[in-house]
Design a protein around this ligand. Sequence first.
Ligand code: SF4
Ligand code: SF4
Length: 286
Amino acid sequence: MSKQIFICGCEKDGKIEKESVQKLRSTLEEKNIGYTYIEDMCGTILKNPDDLESLYTAEDAIVFGCQARAMQHLVDNSGKKIEKNVTEYHHVEDENQEEVISQLESNTGEPLKIKYTDSWKPWYPVIDYERCNGCRKCLNFCLFSVYSVEDDGTVVVSASANCKDMCPACARVCPQNAIIFPKHAESPIDGGEGDGTENEKTDILEQIQNEDVYSVLSARRKNFQVSLLKNDQFKMAEEERRACCSGPDKKEEVKEEEKCDCDCNCKEEPESKCDCKDGDSNSSCC
Ligand code: SF4
Ligand code: SF4
């Protein structure tokens, strides 16, 4: 049986070069290799998952798009049951692309297209459950209720549309680098593999039981550098989260108990900014 080919064009906010996508499509068309072009897989998976039925049911498929880990977990998190599906994921600019294509059967048909017409830019987190340890840091950090917990304790992305455009803050606080924003520019947030320190055990007692003490101490030194890096990440995440809370037109609301008590014109200012004494009704005090 021939493999089914899918290409994601990432048309909504282009994570991948249009020219590279076009080059791949032309190569396949020259060889008359049939493929399904998905305008934007992130969007289709969320808004019209049924449109991807042929991907879920393919027994042998190859998907070309952005980072392999991002696409794999997008599909795995889609809520669709994928049985007997052996799917390979490749970057559109994969250096082994020629070899992969040379193994495909030609004369397999005309290209098909899966459209994504929604005006919403599909920006949302995807959890890599091979890395997630269920610590709930993302859930506690996110102010927009994007995450929730299932009865069995699994942390899930339950309100994707609440996620703020281009904000990757929760990915920075995840100790396992398990949160992927497929359209983000940085790796491993975009699903890239990272530097390999993501899944290291940090429980020193557990490690000493299994390894010699010198190698454990050397690993601890490396982890210390990683945790300094994580501190910077955490600060960055807090800034990004703050930026999400303060849109340009959003006037900070003054809490009721902070309102000025007097009769002056500055009723909406916090009392700390008002010059008049309590009970004074001087309307030009501020
Ligand atoms: S981020 Fe990746 S999976 Fe999502 S639309 Fe772009 S290429 Fe496709
Ligand atoms: S912060 Fe990361 S490891 Fe912890 S629950 Fe969230 S995704 Fe999982």
